[in-house]
Design a protein around this ligand. Structure first.
Ligand SMILES: [Zn+2]
Length: 306
């Protein structure tokens, strides 16, 4: 590891150890990777202060994709960091500059009331302060070079950020969900197949790409750094395979989207019941079961229309 290079995990959500952002420090400069929502602003700025840095030192605000638990706070954070530029996938940048569609589609998924509670205000990012990065593009931070790689499957606007100086890859949602609370009986990793872009073949390709980068650490947004990348990849791949089988069942069914979503959720719960999960574990998983089931049913509906 280079001297004066470090990364710190910031616990952003109301729910502890559920959603992370990362502060990457390099020779007096720094970058945030992920922002969570505007609600997380005090925690992000607090981490800077804790590390002896100030908002002027922030050079980059990087978001792995435009889902709101990763990027909704980008505009608000940017307004507090005068020297920062937002870095995003081109498809994500469009939504951050004009978040109207992002807000509308999230309200469809969560409903109006829950939306405000979860995401609060979404400040648009001024076009002059965002840079869309091509696949394979790099950016500098202190003496380090970080590089992005497109990783569709979870979302079409997703990239991961490779950080060889720290042997780390920041994986957003492309390397699954590894909640610390669920790691009591060995490794437990799930895929995230939430609406609206889920594509199992692309998601498997992205998993392979991430493992192929050869990083020692994968920093997941949900949640924190893991080192057993091959084991996590193999569990996530198994969930992608199951999700694909459920998607194919949806393709054969004439039921409504709601009924298909409920059927996939039931299959999901049946599969999960093979694991030693406590009542608290089940309660933690409720949102992901519902979102993953919805994402699979929506993917089938979109494929049928295509
Ligand atoms: Zn996501």
């Amino acid at each position: 590891m280079l001297a004066a290079h470090a990364r710190y995990t910031i616990d952003c959500d109301v729910l502890p150890r559920f959603t992370a952002a990362y502060l990457r420090v390099a020779d007096g400069e720094c970058a945030f990777i992920e922002t969570h929502t505007a609600h997380a602003l005090p925690r992000l700025l607090g981490e800077l202060a804790l590390r002896g840095l100030c908002p002027d030192d922030v050079r980059w605000i990087v978001v792995t994709h435009a889902h709101l638990d990763h990027a909704a706070g980008a505009g608000t954070l940017l307004a507090h960091c005068p020297n920062a530029t937002v870095l995003a996938h081109p498809r994500a940048a469009v939504h951050l500059i004009d978040p109207t569609r992002l807000i509308a589609s999230a309200k469809l998924v969560y409903g109006e009331a829950r939306f405000s509670e979860l995401y609060g205000v979404l400040e648009p990012v001024p076009q002059a302060r965002i840079r869309a990065l091509d696949d394979g593009a790099s950016f500098d931070l202190g003496g380090a070079t970080l590089r992005v790689h497109y990783t569709a499957g979870h979302a079409k606007h997703h990239f991961v950020v490779d950080d060889p100086a720290l042997g780390t890859v920041y994986t957003g949602d492309a390397f699954g969900l590894v909640y610390p609370q669920l790691q009591h009986s060995g490794r437990f990793a799930l895929a995230s197949t939430s609406p609206i872009d889920f594509d199992p073949a692309e998601a498997r390709r992205s998993l392979e790409l991430i493992v192929g980068l050869g990083a020692r650490h994968a920093c997941l947004t949900h949640f924190d750094s893991i080192e057993d990348l091959r084991e996590v990849a193999s569990q996530v791949r198994a969930w992608l395979d199951r999700s694909e089988a459920w998607l194919e069942q949806c393709l054969l069914s004439d039921a409504s989207l709601e009924a298909q979503t409920e059927a996939v959720a039931a299959s999901y719960r049946a599969e999960l019941s093979r694991y030693p999960l406590s009542a608290e574990d089940w309660s933690l998983l409720q949102t992901d079961i519902a979102l993953n089931a919805q994402g699979i049913a929506v993917a089938a509906a979109r494929r049928r229309r295509a």
